[in-house]
Write a protein that binds this ligand. Structure first.
Ligand code: RB5
Length: 145
């Protein structure tokens, strides 16, 4: 069976953490689809978010991870696209509940807010938690659309 693909992208502020999280993905048997940015030069987070959203929308990945300085700007940008539910998380509980209750398909992290350990915990919780499903959660998600 081929490794599940997880799209990952970051602006300049998240570039270093993106590299560390890509290594975690590989270590855990996922295949990172790295959509940049590829260096510390300043870029605009809406452009980066759009890249990742397009990868999800055209089926290159089902889940995505975005990193900027706070996780806020890049998460806001991703959530402007239909079908995207990006959750900005700072701990594993948030990431787990974002999957279980909100069926989040994008995890958004802030490199200036959390360190590698917390980011890695968020990532693993995000990837390992299924959507709880059921009428209650699905009804609420349907109302987002
Ligand atoms: C870039 O300096 C910074 O504004 C960006 O990474 C992010 O934190 C925006 O929300």
């Amino acid at each position: 069976m081929s490794s599940p693909i997880v799209a990952i992208a970051a602006d300049h502020a998240g570039f270093a953490l993106k590299g560390e999280l890509s290594a975690v993905l590989m270590d855990k048997g996922y295949q990172p689809l790295d959509l940049g940015t590829d260096g510390p030069e300043s870029v605009d987070y809406p452009d980066i978010a759009e890249r990742l959203v397009l990868a999800i929308r055209d089926g290159r990945a089902t889940r995505g991870v975005l990193v900027c300085g706070t996780g806020i700007g890049i998460g806001i940008a991703a959530n402007r696209f239909p079908g995207i539910r990006a959750a900005t998380c700072t701990n594993a509980t948030m990431a787990r509940l974002a999957r279980a209750h909100n069926d989040a398909n994008v995890l958004s992290l802030g490199s200036r807010v959390i360190g590698f350990e917390a980011a890695s915990d968020c990532l693993l919780a995000f990837l390992s938690t299924p959507f709880d499903g059921g009428d209650r959660h699905q009804r609420r998600i349907d109302k987002l659309g």
